[in-house]
Design a protein. Structure first.
Ligand code: IMP
Ligand code: MG
Length: 177
């Protein structure tokens, strides 16, 4: 186990996350019974959540990735949205589940969900591990939500601070980020 800085306050344990993801997977599997949806992981932050979520699903899934925008090394959103890497799967007629680590301002998903919807999918759903309502400008409808964390800058379980700490099994708040 790695040493965790003193200013990292535990928010979610690995067990809490695992239990919640199992529940979410049951719900998503029920909603998509008989289908084979495309799960679109939003890089980089969602890679661990996506990996755990798809392994808990009981319907067969296809997996693709998009990279939309990044905070860079800042803890504040830059406001600029850019599709750095798009999915390559044709999604017309398919059921889509976009998998995101955390929703902050909502900007990233607002734009990308609209873009996906223009490609004629059968449906587009959104699964997010964490919703952070404090600074929301756009409120994408989250069909499957893991946790609501009111505020703070979070790291671990895929979430980074300046590129680091994604590998922590739990989620921590960086105090004085
Ligand atoms: P939004 O467009 O402001 O909703 O930004 C969402 C993206 O910003 C997420 O996909 C994360 O990659 C990143 N982000 C937002 N809040 C945090 C945080 O507390 N810790 C780490 N990354 C975050
Ligand atoms: Mg992200």
């Amino acid at each position: 186990m790695r040493a965790i800085p003193d200013n990292y306050r535990p928010i979610l344990t690995a067990d809490q996350i695992e239990n919640r993801i199992q529940e979410m997977a049951v719900e998503i599997s029920r909603d998509l019974m008989g289908e084979s949806p495309v799960f679109v992981g939003v890089l980089k932050g969602a890679f661990i959540f996506l990996a755990d979520l798809v392994r808990a699903m009981s319907v067969p899934v296809e997996i693709d990735f998009a990279q939309i925008s990044s905070y860079g090394d800042e803890t504040q959103s830059s406001g600029r949205i850019k599709v750095m890497k798009d999915i390559t799967t044709p999604i017309a007629g398919r059921h889509i589940v976009v998998v995101e680590d955390i929703i902050d301002t909502g900007r990233t998903l607002h734009h990308y969900l609209n873009e996906l919807k223009q490609r004629g999918p059968a449906s587009v759903r959104l699964a997010a591990l964490i919703n952070k309502p404090e600074r929301q400008e756009y409120t994408p409808e989250v069909d499957y939500l893991g946790f609501t964390i009111p505020h703070g800058f979070l790291v671990g379980y895929g979430l980074d601070h300046a590129g680091m700490w994604r590998d922590l099994p739990g989620v921590y708040e960086v105090i004085n980020a």
